[in-house]
Design a protein around this ligand. Structure first.
Ligand SMILES: [Zn+2]
Length: 346
């Protein structure tokens, strides 16, 4: 946890209309006065910070928040993100969110919501199943049934993606490394390859990563290793959501600059951090390439450990709580990399 930088007393909390400040107060003070702050957050009604608060802190009146969100938001993306981000939701609230997403008639988020519910959470609900069947039978002319639904959803989520192609590198990056030798590899997840690339090649989004690795192991490079991708930026401002001292990684906490300058970022197509065997193999291959690049270009020996192969959630714990997710196989990657790199030097 970061230093105590924001102190407010109860009357200041009650007088505040600044959702961001209130969220940061909770964050800096380990959820102190959560009941009072969460009521105030409802009153202010800022959906973005309500989402941040709900995913980091377990509020008592979650039903009221979900009802509030359903009343205020018509964005399938936002509703899906609440469903995905808030781990402790009870099933009745998940069902409410999914039903609303279905009603909003956005195929991408509806399919994502089904996939997340059935395949990732491994839940089952007849009503949601029937709605999924109705939509998928009709739109895709597939007989969606209780024997094949997991497979059908998996195919729907991933197969379309693989047709997408973008040539060359994206312009979403800083040229060069601002004088640093990059020395950290940051691991990320993105639910689908298509959504990752769409964002990384769209110059309005200001996001990118060096690589994206698909479920089938296919590797797409998006940014040159000589340049700084925009995947896990940090700020020197104490009141920023991405303040560098929020990071749990010593080098990032102690460096007074944007972490994008001294990191490599690898995006993996995954919902929960679990990788397919082929994906794991490709991820290790990419990391070996980075390690060799560092040796060739800077005569620098990359340190293979958990302070240097890290997660996005360790760089930006406020804005990213589930990237790359609990199931991300750091230990296997580190073990394999050590084995391979040391073998090479034997
Ligand atoms: Zn990330």
């Amino acid at each position: 946890m970061p230093e105590k930088l924001i102190n407010m007393d109860i009357s200041e909390i009650k007088d505040s209309n600044n959702a961001r400040l209130l969220f940061l107060y909770l964050y800096y003070n380990n959820g102190n006065n959560l009941d009072i702050v969460s009521n105030k957050m409802l009153e202010i009604g800022n959906l973005e910070y309500i989402q941040y608060m709900l995913r980091v802190f377990k509020v008592k009146n979650i039903d009221i928040f979900i009802d509030f969100i359903l009343k205020k938001s018509d964005s399938p993306r936002y509703l899906y993100n609440v469903l995905y981000d808030v781990d402790y939701l009870e099933d009745r609230n998940r069902i409410k969110l999914i039903n609303r997403i279905i009603k909003l008639d956005n195929d991408r988020y509806t399919i994502k919501a089904f996939y997340y519910y059935f395949n990732i959470l491994k839940k089952f609900n007849d009503n949601i199943f029937n709605k999924a069947k109705k939509l998928i039978d009709k739109k895709l002319n597939i007989d969606f049934n209780k024997d094949n639904y997991l497979k059908v959803l998996e195919n729907l989520i991933y197969s379309e993606d693989y047709k997408i192609d973008y040539k060359g590198f994206t312009n979403n990056c800083f040229k060069g490394r601002n004088g640093y030798i990059p020395s950290l590899i940051v691991c990320h997840i993105n639910s689908t390859y298509a959504s990752a690339l769409e964002h990384f090649y769209n110059e309005k989004t200001d996001v990118s990563a060096h690589y994206v690795i698909r479920r089938d192991g296919f590797i797409k490079q998006v940014v040159s290793l000589d340049d700084s991708s925009w995947a896990n930026g940090t700020s020197l401002k104490e009141n920023s959501d991405v303040y560098h001292r929020f990071s749990t990684i010593p080098l990032i906490r102690d460096t007074k600059d944007n972490a994008n300058y001294f990191t490599f970022s690898i995006e993996h197509e995954s919902f929960d951090g679990s990788l397919t065997d082929k994906q794991l193999e490709s991820s290790i291959k990419v990391m070996k390439k980075i390690i060799r690049y560092l040796k060739d270009k800077y005569n620098y020996d990359f340190i293979i450990d958990r302070n240097h192969i890290i997660g996005h959630d360790e760089v930006n714990p406020i804005v990213r709580t589930k990237c790359p997710g609990k199931l991300f196989p750091y230990d296997r990657i580190i073990k394999e990399l050590k084995k391979e790199i040391y073998d090479e030097h034997r």
